[in-house]
Structures are given as structure tokens and as C-alpha cells.
Design a protein around this ligand. Structure first.
Ligand SMILES: Cc1cc2nc3c(=O)[nH]c(=O)nc-3n(C[C@H](O)[C@H](O)[C@H](O)COP(=O)(O)OP(=O)(O)OC[C@H]3O[C@@H](n4cnc5c(N)ncnc54)[C@H](O)[C@@H]3O)c2cc1C
Length: 417
């Protein structure tokens, strides 16, 4: 999926490399005798291969009416960062980074592992452990491009104090899988915050965006922003022009996402079951259940998923780091109708892959058939089958050697575990 967990657990053996048409991908860089073992452990923790979702009995406080579609939901809140700049520069209300800042300044945590734009190549992302407000601010806003926050998990495991992990649902699932194998890492993950995610566009999608904004030459790009500085904020490119002039152009978030970026999401995102960070302590997205005016300074929707998340949220509210109001849990489905439809189609998509003999991710602990049956119309049900089959042919997935290779690893690792 490009999360980087395999590289994060095996530094010196695996590194992440960017691919223009997909996302970051792992590459083995050693040939020593541990290679087989490293590969096997990597596939075992890979969220692209398998993830077990917590059964609802884990916490008696979860809203059982929401569990099958949204995972464990203890509470839903809406609000923003107490710090105006974190709010302004944030993707929606800056809640994610405000919570991380609380954990660093008051919660005894060392920093936050998250991603930000590279300074030298602004259309690529890099992961970073940010230890203060200004470092966190550099990572404000969503990066609608591949990012591998888990590639630095070894630094989390080796550090003295716990760290906050911020990532997409797949990043959180990867860390969750890895922490089950490495108790030392588990102890150092002080809080996990998942951002909602409808899928990651490839680097090629960012090139399309830059072209749309009249920046043909990627090497001239000085800044590429996808959101933030307003809610949701515009997609903006700043590039240098001949003669030392600066070119600045923007497109609305709706156009940038709807007409450009989302067309080039990596394949794996189409068969992803978790778009809201179900394995995180807290997860954050947009409260799209209501219309947003251009003057709205931004709010985030926050889902409390664990007791630990609940405790840290209470403390951050008390300390003034976040300003939030409790909402009915029903605003979650009302805000994210598209993600609900995607969840509904998952059972059909996975069944099609199985029927075609293609590799497919294994999700346990979920009742996907029931959601498919309940949420989709007859037409949508049929579409979940033939749409997937068409995609397999269009994307020529069946002839890819690397998929066959990956499949072999998946089978051997599943047998082993
Ligand atoms: C690819 C993508 C798809 C998304 N799809 C949806 C959606 O369908 N529905 C929805 O409600 N919200 C979606 N979001 C999330 C939303 O854009 C906001 O991230 C969320 O509302 C949190 O806002 P905030 O202001 O509280 O976060 P901020 O305080 O701005 O913090 C955002 C944090 O997210 C981290 N981050 C940014 N980009 C990435 C990335 N690519 N990978 C890992 N971590 C990253 C940053 O490092 C930062 O710490 C998506 C985000 C991304 C990156």
C-alpha cells in the first residue's frame, strides 16, 4: 500500500522508492541470509495483505449500530485547534496537529511521526518525527499524494519516550499489525490518530494537477499545496518562471480532487475496507454533513475509538489545545456518504477478485456481506462485480509478474501465521 512499515521495521534491508504511477513501494536492498525472513515478516504485517479488525466486545461502550460500517465508535465530536495558526493551516480544523501538540507539550510524548512535503522536491512527501509546534506546522494540511509515515517506525521503537503516530487508515493498520509482533514498538506508540481517506492519488496525479495549473516543469515547482489555509482551501502551485518571476495558480479543492487527482488512485485503495482509521485511538475527517461557506475557518470531525483516545481528548480539551463540541454519532454517516458506499461494495469487489484468481486482501473480524446486502441497490451490487472485473482487465493486473510474486508471498505467510 506504500505505508512503509516493512522498511520501518527492517532498516538496511528494505527501503521505500517512489513510483510515478502507483505510490511508494518497498525494495529489498540486501541479499544476506535474513532476506527470506525479512520478506515473510514484511508480508505478515503488510496491511495490503491482511488486517484483523477488533471485535466489538473489546469495548462495551462502542455504538453497536455503527460498528459494521464504521468500526468502533465511542463518541463523535466536531471542532478545531485552539491555536489559530494550526487551525488556519490545517486541512479542516487543525485538530490532528493540535492533539499531537498537546501530547508533546503536556502529555510527555517525544514527538509526532507524520508526513510533510519535501523542501527540495515539494511534490514528494517525506516522513518526519516532529517535536515542536513549528515542525508540526510544516506538516499541516493533507497531502493528496503517496506518503510512507511508517518507514521510520524503528526510530519510534528505539526512542526513550512514546510518540504520536499520524497517518492514513492503512498507515495506522500497518503500525497496529507491526506492534502486535514487536511489543517494544507497541509500548512506544503513545497515541494513534488516523485521517479519513478516500484513496491515495499517485505522483502522476500530482503532475496532472501541476499541468492543469500551468506548471509543466516539475523541477520549477517551489510549493504544492492540496488543502489548508481556509476550509477546505484551494490546491495551489507556486513555481519559478524564466526571468526570476514567480507563477502562482490555484484550483478549488472540489475540482482538483473530483476532476484530476482521484482518477489516479492506486489500485489497492479500490479494495481497501477501512477509510476512516478504525484501528486508531482517534480518527479525524471532514464534517461534510452540512454546507460550508467560503468564510468558514474550518472544523474537523473527530471519532473517539478507544479509551486511551477518550482520555487524551479530555485532557487536551481541559488544557485548551482543542475546542470541540460533542455531536450525535449519526453525523458520521451523514458526513461521509461516499465512504459508506465504498464500504458497501467491498464484499462484491473482493469476491470478484477471488473468483478471478487474483490476489486480494484478507480482512477478518468484519461482516462485509451484511453491509453489501443492506447498503447497495441491485444495480450497485451488480456493479461491484462487473466494475471490479473490468478494472482488472483495464489495469492489466492479471499479467503483472510482481502481483504473482506478491501472491506467492501472501500464501506462504498466511500459512505460516
Ligand atoms: C489522500 C487523502 C484522502 C482523504 N480523504 C478524505 C475523505 O474522503 N473524507 C474526509 O473527511 N477526509 C479525507 N481526508 C482527510 C482530511 O483531508 C483531513 O486530513 C482531516 O480532516 C484532518 O484535518 P485536520 O485539519 O484536523 O488535520 P491537520 O491538523 O491539518 O493535520 C493533518 C495531518 O495529516 C498528515 N497527513 C497529510 N497527508 C498525509 C498522507 N498522504 N499520508 C499520511 N498522513 C498525512 C499530516 O502529516 C498532518 O499531521 C483525506 C486526506 C488524504 C491525505
Amino acid at each position: 500500500m506504500g505505508c512503509g512499515a516493512c522498511a520501518g521495521l527492517h532498516p538496511g534491508h528494505i527501503e521505500m522508492v517512489e513510483t510515478v504511477d502507483h505510490a511508494w513501494r518497498p525494495r529489498c536492498i540486501t541479499k544476506d541470509s535474513r532476506q527470506g525472513q525479512v520478506a515473510e515478516q514484511s508480508v505478515r504485517i503488510c496491511p495490503g495483505s491482511q488486517t484483523h479488525y477488533r471485535p466489538e466486545e473489546d469495548c462495551e461502550a462502542v455504538d453497536t449500530t455503527l460498528f459494521d460500517e464504521w468500526g468502533p465508535v465511542l463518541e463523535v465530536w466536531e471542532g478545531h485547534a485552539g491555536d489559530d495558526e494550526l487551525r488556519y493551516r490545517g486541512s479542516s480544523g487543525g485538530l490532528v496537529n493540535a492533539l499531537a501538540l498537546y501530547c508533546i507539550e503536556k502529555g510527555g510524548m517525544r514527538g509526532a511521526l507524520h508526513v510533510k512535503a519535501r523542501k527540495d522536491i515539494p511534490f514528494l512527501n517525506e516522513s518526519s518525527i516532529s517535536c515542536d509546534r513549528s515542525a508540526l506546522l510544516e506538516g499541516s494540511g493533507s497531502r493528496y499524494a503517496p506518503a510512507s509515515p511508517c518507514d521510520r517506525l524503528h526510530e519510534v521503537e528505539e526512542g526513550q519516550n512514546p510518540v504520536v503516530l499520524i497517518g492514513k487508515p492503512c498507515d495506522i493498520a500497518a503500525a497496529h499489525n507491526a506492534a502486535r509482533e514487536r511489543p517494544g514498538l507497541n509500548d512506544k506508540l503513545g497515541l494513534t490518530i488516523g485521517i479519513f481517506c478516500a484513496g491515495v492519488p499517485s505522483i502522476a496525479a500530482s503532475f496532472d494537477l501541476m499541468r492543469h495549473l500551468d506548471s509543466e516543469d516539475p523541477s520549477s515547482v517551489q510549493e504544492l499545496r492540496y488543502r489548508g489555509q481556509g476550509w477546505p482551501g484551494n490546491m495551489t502551485v507556486v513555481a519559478s518562471k524564466e526571468g526570476g518571476e514567480t507563477h502562482r495558480a490555484s484550483v478549488s479543492y472540489e475540482t482538483g480532487w473530483g476532476e484530476i487527482l482521484q482518477k489516479k488512485r492506486q489500485w489497492r485503495c479500490h479494495v481497501c475496507v477501512d477509510h476512516t482509521g478504525e484501528l486508531a485511538d482517534l480518527s479525524v475527517g471532514d464534517p461534510w454533513y452540512r454546507d460550508v461557506s467560503p468564510e468558514d475557518p474550518g472544523k474537523s470531525l473527530l471519532v473517539v475509538r478507544t479509551r486511551r483516545g477518550q482520555r487524551i481528548l479530555r485532557e487536551a480539551i481541559q488544557a485548551g489545545y482543542v475546542v470541540v463540541e460533542r455531536r450525535s454519532t449519526s453525523i458520521l454517516p451523514a458526513s461521509q456518504q461516499n465512504l459508506l458506499r465504498t464500504r458497501g461494495s467491498l464484499w462484491g469487489r473482493l469476491a470478484t477478485l477471488r473468483l478471478m484468481g487474483m490476489p486480494y486482501p484478507r480482512y477478518t473480524g468484519l461482516k462485509l456481506f451484511g453491509v453489501w446486502k443492506k447498503r447497495l441497490s441491485l444495480r450497485e451490487k451488480a456493479q461491484s462485480f462487473y466494475g471490479t472485473a473490468l478494472r482488472v482487465f483495464r489495469k492489466r493486473l492479471f499479467i503483472s509478474e510482481s502481483w504473482k510474486h506478491f501472491n506467492a508471498h501472501i500464501h506462504s505467510s498466511r500459512r505460516a501465521s
